[in-house]
Design a binder for this molecule. Structure first.
Ligand code: DUC
Ligand code: ZN
Ligand code: ZN
Length: 478
């Protein structure tokens, strides 16, 4: 082999896992891409012996929040530097956070601002989803179609949160744009009016501790909104993806919709497998603010339903919904330095670094899902759902050389070992059976027990058409 053909890196004797196969191979890497898969590949400039170890595609975390602008005094703890550092150390090599339109603001301006926040800081590659909070005629007719054409091919719409939520008519308008331009619409499904009504009643009864956050957002409010979102999508005749599904009643709705032939994709997250309502507190202690997120964690029976949905294909993607707020911080869970009523606690928990290891440990090594299913949920399907496959999400010739080499063995999650900028992890003390031993991003070792910074080498990825969508959606809504 001539020196121009030589490999920069060979990962040797790997047990390679894709979403469809597990096989033994050497992985030859050149110029950041996978150049060869085979046995007995020639020596590379660098060789890593992975004998006896499993190698999966680098994770694609398709739902995380990094440096998203917040109303003062709130501020997300992780920006593109610390957030992608934590991602890399946890085996994730592509992140898709959100460029969020402010009500009254332009979507285009939100995207420009978000590029500035990412520029020069990311250690792994990134793409953007949009958040559409103000679907004005200009947004619907010009900004959104133009941005979709430029590589922002997915957007999230909210049915709750005053500063973000859309009414049903607005949702129909936005879904019609998704249909016409072949974008993926992600929906946060919780009924805002029910939450407000319950919150006011809890407040009137003096029940404002963090644990009452869960009671203000029971499964019913998610079930109703999930059903409504799918009905609106049916009316427009467009696929949708329901994000952060938390338990049985929403799962039942999605199964029902699928049985009617509707194209509904679904996402779930580690908090619905590893946390319960008890983590919001058994008494009125403020400690539970750490686990305030929406939808809230449910109970063990709901966890079991989520596990079943991961194993049987109900869920398309497994994301972190990393929404990083420090606990003991006036910009975080104690806004302005106060222990506030649950209504004012910023929603969200960190999880970008622990997502892969939690699912690999309890899912694959715990015997609940196959290794191929793990790859599908954490890498291949997120890449397909958001138009990044086959560049991302698989191990194939021509794909970006984004890899995880797994270390199996007992380990306990400790926040002190993590690389985010949050002062806690909700998974403190959780036992694991494996952890990413080495993460390779674009052919470079970014983590091998030591973090190797590559700020600014993480590139922006313009997304193509989501390849999980039928092509027939590219026509005006009926
Ligand atoms: N809920 C969301 O919808 N987004 C961020 C975090 C959360 O808890
Ligand atoms: Zn959400
Ligand atoms: Zn989110």
């Amino acid at each position: 082999m001539s020196s121009v053909d030589a490999f920069d890196l060979v990962v040797r004797n790997a047990r390679v896992a894709t979403a469809s196969d597990v096989f033994l191979a050497d992985i030859g890497i050149r110029d950041g891409r996978i150049a060869q898969l085979g046995r007995n590949l020639p020596q590379g400039a660098q060789d890593i012996d992975a004998a006896g170890r499993t190698v999966t595609p680098g994770g694609v975390d398709a739902h995380c929040h990094l440096d998203q602008p917040m109303a003062p005094p709130l501020r997300m703890a992780d920006d593109f530097d610390t957030g992608t550092r934590a991602a890399a150390c946890g085996g994730t090599t592509t992140v898709i956070p959100f460029a969020a339109q402010a009500k009254g603001g332009s979507l285009r301006a939100a995207v420009a601002d978000y590029h500035q926040r990412a520029e020069g800081r990311a250690h792994v590659d990134y793409a953007f989803h949009l958040i559409v909070s103000d679907p004005t005629p200009a947004v619907l007719a010009q900004e959104l179609p133009a941005l979709i054409a430029e590589g922002y091919t997915s957007f999230k719409i909210y049915m709750t949160y005053d500063d973000l939520k859309l009414d049903d008519g607005q949702m129909l308008d936005v879904l019609a744009v998704a249909r016409e331009h072949g974008a993926m619409a992600m929906v946060h499904a919780e009924n805002a009016d029910c939450i407000e009504w319950l919150t006011k009643r809890l407040e009137a009864a003096g029940r404002t501790a963090p644990r009452f956050h869960g009671l203000s957002r029971p499964m019913l409010v998610e079930r109703e909104a999930t059903h409504r979102a799918m009905s609106l999508a049916e009316l427009v005749d467009v696929p949708i993806l329901i994000v952060h599904v938390s338990g049985r009643e929403a799962v039942e709705q999605i199964r029902w919709a699928r049985s009617r032939g509707l194209k509904v994709f679904a996402e779930t997250c580690p908090q619905y497998l590893f946390l319960t309502a008890d983590d919001l507190g058994l008494d009125d202690s403020y400690q539970g603010a750490r686990c305030v997120c929406s939808p809230p964690p449910r109970d063990k029976a709901n966890q079991a339903v989520i596990w079943d949905g991961l194993a049987d294909g109900l869920f398309t993607v497994f994301s972190s919904d990393h929404a990083p707020f420090r606990f003991d911080d006036p910009q975080g869970k104690k806004p302005g330095g106060e222990e506030v009523p649950f209504r004012h606690i910023p929603n969200g928990i960190p999880g970008i670094e622990t997502r892969m290891a939690l699912l690999y440990s309890e899912g694959v090594l715990g015997g609940r899902i196959t290794l191929e299913k793990f790859v599908e949920l954490t890498a291949t399907h997120p890449a397909k759902a958001y138009g990044l496959h086959p560049r991302k999400g698989t191990i194939a010739i021509g794909s970006d050389a984004d890899l995880v080499i797994w270390d199996e063995g007992e380990r306990v999650i400790r926040n002190a070992d993590l690389h985010h900028a949050v002062d806690y992890t909700p998974y403190e003390g959780q036992r694991l059976r494996a952890w990413p031993g080495t993460t390779i991003a674009n052919g470079e070792v970014v983590w091998n027990g030591v973090f190797h910074p590559r700020a600014g080498k993480g590139r922006f990825l313009a997304c193509g058409a989501p390849t999980l969508l039928p092509r027939a959606t590219r026509s005006p809504a009926p």
